[in-house]
Design a protein around this ligand. Structure first.
Ligand SMILES: [Zn+2]
Length: 442
């Protein structure tokens, strides 16, 4: 309870949020680190990158020449996730468009090749057509060619006529990028068209953190790991979700510091869980790449999320997997017992002797990770959409949210390993997909 009160105080002092990337999260991280140090641990802070995006206000688009026309956001156009910001009134340049459309769906090359921009007038708006490569590639190519903004129109075949509301995959451009319907794109492609475009977004890579610590004693080759996400949602202090898990884990860690477990016990407080398990996925991805043996040393992982209750009962949640029948079959717990003072884990050691070679006790990076290792996820973690509407996905950095804009909400109902963008050399996995047709990726 003391930890919960302290986390609440942290939220109170930081705009009522402890979301990853906010000062409230940094203070939560420092709080956990301080408590761990006081308990005798040598905690490690693992940094990782977090792509963030939010739209501060509705984008605008109108045509000022040859005749005036105002387009309606959501109906005629939408902001691409990870669009940059700007106010631009300048002529359109068509980029290898196919109008009327005669290509097979998904095969229009518009904007995929640098050659598409040969002779592109510096500062013009690039009008590009959906197809073949990712929106991110098209937008980056346009920016590289000197475009001041990008409009990506739908491709124009059956089922590919609505407003394109997709993601660029990562904060790789600084110019506005809008998606439009095929019909609006056709209008804009007319000779002499001058649109006026405005976007106001926050799109950046930020740094956030996991905190790790482990017992000084125990078999390093048979690590029992327990974790809880430390971040809250943007919309609140997150004392139940997940101050309760974080606080409980911290209390357990403090108690474990007093005993000598048979097997090493490692504790983790994850960042950016609310954005799609980014912290824990980064931890695993980093081990896979940099320390596979360290990954193999982890015998089990226990997760603690929202463990507090004023009217608790002692139950095993879904112990027979009846709630999620598609999950793996129930596993019998290995024989063993928890001794009152030594706190051995109940798993059978996979390696009993000799203990593994000495190595750094926490195989994590403490500084900026390598570019590859810093990729926050291996596959795109579509944020879980089962959240109540008030629980917004967060952006990062001070005062860049909250937002109730639909563009920051998850569009995919469950976390999947389906990339939200194409697998491309420049495309990083996105932390979110946005808009009514976020699956429209190319
Ligand atoms: Zn949670």
């Amino acid at each position: 309870m003391k930890h919960l009160q302290n986390l609440q105080s942290i939220a109170d002092a930081n705009d009522d949020t402890r979301a990853s990337g906010t000062p409230g999260y940094a203070a939560s991280r420092d709080y956990v680190v301080d408590k761990l140090r006081a308990a005798g641990y040598s905690p490690t802070v693992q940094e990782f990158d977090l792509p963030v995006y939010r739209e501060n206000s509705d984008a605008t688009m109108e045509r000022v020449a040859p005749t005036a026309k105002t387009y309606v956001v959501g109906t005629d156009f939408a902001t691409m996730t990870y669009s940059g910001s700007g106010q631009i009134t300048v002529a359109v340049t068509n980029v290898n468009l196919t109008i009327p459309q005669t290509n097979a769906p998904g095969t229009t090359l518009s904007g995929c090749l640098a050659a598409d921009f040969a002779g592109f007038p510096l500062g013009n708006i690039a009008l590009i057509q959906r197809g073949t490569c990712s929106f991110g590639i098209k937008a980056v190519n346009a920016q590289t060619a000197g475009a001041s903004a990008v409009v990506i129109m739908n491709e124009g075949q059956a089922g590919r006529n609505d407003v394109v509301a997709g993601t660029l995959g990562a904060p790789d451009v600084t110019i506005p990028v809008l998606g439009t319907s095929y019909a609006v794109g056709v209008e804009l492609s007319a000779p002499g068209t001058v649109p006026k475009i405005g976007t106001d977004t926050e799109s950046a890579i930020r740094t956030t953190y996991n905190v790790l610590a482990e017992t000084a004693k125990g078999n390093d080759g048979n690590v029992a790991m327990a974790g809880a996400h430390l971040d809250s949602v943007v919309a609140g202090p997150g004392i139940n979700d997940n101050g309760s898990g974080s606080g409980a884990l911290l209390e357990i860690a403090e108690q474990f510091a007093k005993v000598s477990p048979k097997n090493t016990v490692r504790f983790a407080w994850w960042g950016a869980e609310e954005l799609g398990l980014l912290g824990s996925e980064h931890y695993v991805a980093d081990l896979v790449e940099n320390d596979p043996a360290g990954l193999a040393d982890i015998a089990l992982y226990l997760n603690f999320d929202m463990v507090g209750s004023p009217n608790y009962v002692r139950f095993v949640y879904d112990g027979d997997n009846s709630r999620f029948p598609s999950a793996p079959a129930p596993q019998r717990a290995p024989k063993g017992r928890v001794r009152s003072r030594t706190c051995s884990t109940t798993t059978s050691p996979r390696r009993t002797s000799p203990p593994r070679r000495p190595r750094s006790r926490v195989a994590v990076t403490t500084g900026p990770s390598s570019p590859k290792a810093s990729r926050p996820v291996v596959c795109s973690p579509a944020p879980r959409a089962s959240r109540p509407p008030s629980r917004q996905l967060s952006s990062e950095g001070p005062r860049v949210w909250p937002t109730t804009r639909a563009t920051t909400r998850p569009a995919t109902p469950s976390r999947t390993c389906t990339r939200a963008i194409d697998a491309t050399p420049t495309g990083r996995p996105s932390t979110r997909v946005a808009g009514p047709s976020a699956s429209a990726i190319r």
